[in-house]
Design a protein around this ligand. Structure first.
Ligand code: C5P
Length: 398
């Protein structure tokens, strides 16, 4: 992988050259960057020697022939590793600034960002820092640590705020960028997004599902080596490279597409928000606007999970449920009825897990009512946990 390792201004910047060496030993191609403040703690030369390339800093922002290095490096790299990351560096990036080399690389769209914060405990625990970290995670950034341990400032003693050690950062970077191929034997069938139930050629009943959760599951499964078929309602999202994608609109179409692939699948993750009702009739012409009132007759759509459950052999089946109250009991009941191995329960009305949000908070509920509440996290992380669980069920079953 091609990495930019960037130091920002903290005593732990002394360890950045050693991190650069370890990442290079692990087989990565490493370029280095440093903010002005970082260069108070580590020399430009020691970073350049460790990387074997010149340091990207304020003085080297443009190449002699006029190229902007933040743009070039952002296009070149697979990831940016900021170690150490100060509270200020986190704040700048969370607020979309671009006035130092680190925030400029991020604004320039570098593919992935991994932070290894180091700061005083009070600064780490300040609500402003927490909010900034949550924003960065919602952009898909990874935050590693900090750890508890002795802090640098004289008389500070121990606390949370110490940068992870270079070997720990190297291992975590490897896990993030080169995930294990533990799903290589799986065919994961994923449904995502809303359905549309047409009244006439231009009007339909639908819901605000963004499809982000299902697309995150598809992307995470591909990264772990699975064969992925993604059956997607209309979302406007870019499908993850490597997925076989089947676009559908109505619940019936989605049901047919899933049924076609269910036999070959080893896991089904049913995250689509399927309409329960459709207009009894779909007019072939646009309905004229007439009268003050109109009665619409609705009929039930097929319950896709129940339809597929009837053909289940060894597939691991995962559903989603949105409940306003008595969530766990209702979700467990749903899991039993739909023969699900587990169901991911979330609550509407919470902004962190709302339709369209990049984060989610789910509780995993099994048919026998066991519940495990997972923390608020990016949909990508939640997708990873769901797949970990599904893999656990598959391993037990075989
Ligand atoms: O019963 P409820 O709609 O709350 O169940 C939600 C789960 O069932 C989701 O996984 C959803 O994708 C699935 N579902 C389905 N067919 C429907 C409605 C929902 O498979 N007609």
């Amino acid at each position: 992988m091609k990495l930019v390792v960037a130091a920002t201004g903290g005593v732990a910047a002394l360890k950045t050259p050693s991190l650069v060496r370890r990442l290079a030993e692990a087989g990565h191609d490493v370029a280095v960057a440093a903010t002005d403040d970082a260069l108070h703690f580590v020399t430009r030369l020691s970073l350049a020697v460790a990387a074997g390339t010149p340091v990207f800093d304020r003085d080297a922002w443009f190449t002699p022939d006029g190229h902007a290095r933040h743009i070039e490096l952002a296009r070149w790299a697979d990831a940016l590793v900021v170690a150490p990351a100060t509270a200020d560096a986190l704040a700048s990036a969370a607020h979309g600034r671009g006035d130092d080399v680190v925030s400029a690389l991020i604004l320039a769209g570098i593919a992935r960002v991994i932070w290894a914060p180091a700061m005083n405990t009070a600064m780490w625990e300040h609500p402003a820092t927490k909010t900034n970290v949550a924003s960065l995670e919602s952009y898909g950034h990874y935050v590693l640590g900090p750890a508890e341990g002795t802090l640098a400032a004289k008389g500070e003693g121990a606390g949370v705020g110490r940068m992870l050690e270079p070997e720990q950062i190297t291992r975590r970077v490897g896990e993030i960028l080169l995930p294990t191929q533990d799903l290589a034997a799986e065919h994961v069938l994923v449904s995502a997004g809303p359905t549309r139930e047409y009244l006439d050629p231009v009007r339909f009943l639908s819901n605000p599902s963004s499809g982000k959760m299902g697309y995150a599951v598809a992307a995470a499964a591909i990264a772990r080596g699975a064969t992925v078929t993604l059956v997607s309602g209309p979302t406007g999202l870019e499908p993850p490279p490597g997925a076989r994608v089947i676009y559908t609109e109505s619940a019936e179409e989605m049901c047919a597409a899933l049924a076609r692939h269910f036999g070959d699948a080893t896991m089904l993750v049913m995250s689509a928000a399927v309409a329960d009702w459709r207009p009894a009739e779909r007019k072939t012409e646009k309905e004229p606007k007439q009268g003050d009132e109109k009665t619409l007759v609705l009929v039930r759509t097929p319950d896709i999970l129940e339809t597929l459950a009837a053909r289940k052999t060894t597939q691991v089946m995962v559903g989603f449920a949105m409940e306003t109250d008595q969530g766990v009991a209702r979700a467990a009941d749903k899991a039993r009825r739909k023969q699900l191995d587990f169901i991911c329960l979330n609550y509407p009305g919470r902004s962190e897990s709302a339709f369209g949000s990049d984060t989610n908070r789910v509780t995993i509920v099994t048919a026998d009512g066991e519940a495990e509440a997972l923390p608020l996290a990016s949909k990508r992380d939640v997708a990873g946990w769901i797949l970990d669980r599904a893999r656990g069920v598959a391993t037990e079953r075989r």
